[in-house]
Ligand binder design. Structure first.
Ligand code: OGA
Ligand code: MN
Length: 285
């Protein structure tokens, strides 16, 4: 059965069914998913319980896999392979981690609006987040449509943004949360990168805002002016009319395009188990 798409919001987010993601996909299926991503930016697959190997294989259909922040943290991974990112509050022993555990702060940084790995070149293209255990309350994930947000800007603002660039740095969001305990080597492991504030999505041709928690400076402005502009744009771009909130069920897999969306996790009781696994592809040819 081919891919079936049911839009959840007009022009943003579709429920995707008809495919078994644990089985090998053929070229036509992969192209159908890519075309759907260009159009909807977020795809929600329900009822796809995936073993670690199956999730890795599904992701590899879409390119080389990303390690993102791992490159700097060198934290040990509980899971099958380095490329399967442990998005959980579970410690090395398999128990819910203490709220002061090192990994919890990284987990909390995911609650700031961001685009995965925007702090590196190449950044992330697709992320695929798979739910294994979800808390009864909270812990949803929200997505914001940066194409619609750009389209809705006043013309004068669009003109001001053309030609501006933001610097993105891996540890900026950590510093923001008071997590500054990094060695000089770790601080330099992922040097900052600079991206235009407005980019064009290659698959859809649409212009979009490229911002989020890793953006620390606007290259052409003072730090203060740049940060205020970034905050202002983020406030605009994450208004409810641009946002979809995903309420997780175990065995959901949500796939999003990091070029055209921002996302954030929502708060939950840190003593409740929340266990998701992410695979991410890099935005390279
Ligand atoms: C991620 C992320 C948010 C969440 O896995 O990239 O930002 O809700 N997750 O866990
Ligand atoms: Mn993320």
């Amino acid at each position: 059965m081919p891919l079936v798409l049911t839009p959840i919001q007009p022009g943003f987010v579709a429920e995707a069914s008809g495919l078994d993601l644990a089985a090998p996909l053929d070229r036509a299926d992969i192209q159908a998913i890519e075309a759907a991503m260009d159009r909807h930016a977020v795809l929600v697959f329900r009822g796809q319980a995936l073993a670690p190997e199956a999730q890795l294989q599904f992701a590899e259909n879409f390119g080389k896999l990303d390690l993102g922040f791992k490159k700097a943290s060198k934290a040990p991974n509980r899971l099958a392979r380095e490329e399967l990112l442990d998005i959980s509050n579970v410690d090395e022993t398999g128990r819910v981690a203490d709220r002061n555990h090192r990994k919890i702060v990284g987990n909390l940084a995911n609650q700031l609006w961001h685009s995965d790995s925007s702090f590196q070149d190449p950044p992330a293209r697709y992320s695929m987040l798979h739910a294994v255990v979800v808390p009864e309350q909270g812990g949803e994930t929200e997505f914001a449509d940066m194409r619609a947000a750009y389209d809705a800007l006043p013309q004068a603002q669009k003109q001001r943004l053309a030609g501006l660039h933001a610097q993105h740095y891996a540890l900026h969001s950590r510093f923001l949360l008071g997590d500054t305990d990094y060695s000089e080597e770790q601080r330099q492991a992922i040097p900052p990168v600079v991206w235009p504030l407005v980019r064009r999505h290659p698959g859809s041709g649409r212009e979009l805002l490229f911002i989020g928690a890793h953006a620390s400076h606007v290259a052409e402005l003072s730090v203060a002016e740049g940060r205020l502009l970034l905050m202002d744009l983020l406030e605009h771009a994450t208004q409810p009319r641009f946002v979809y909130r995903h309420v997780w069920q175990p065995a959901d897999l949500v796939m999003w395009d990091n070029r055209s969306t921002l996302h954030r996790g929502r708060a939950f009781d840190l003593s409740a188990r929340r266990e998701l696994r992410r695979t991410t592809t890099v935005d390279a040819a």
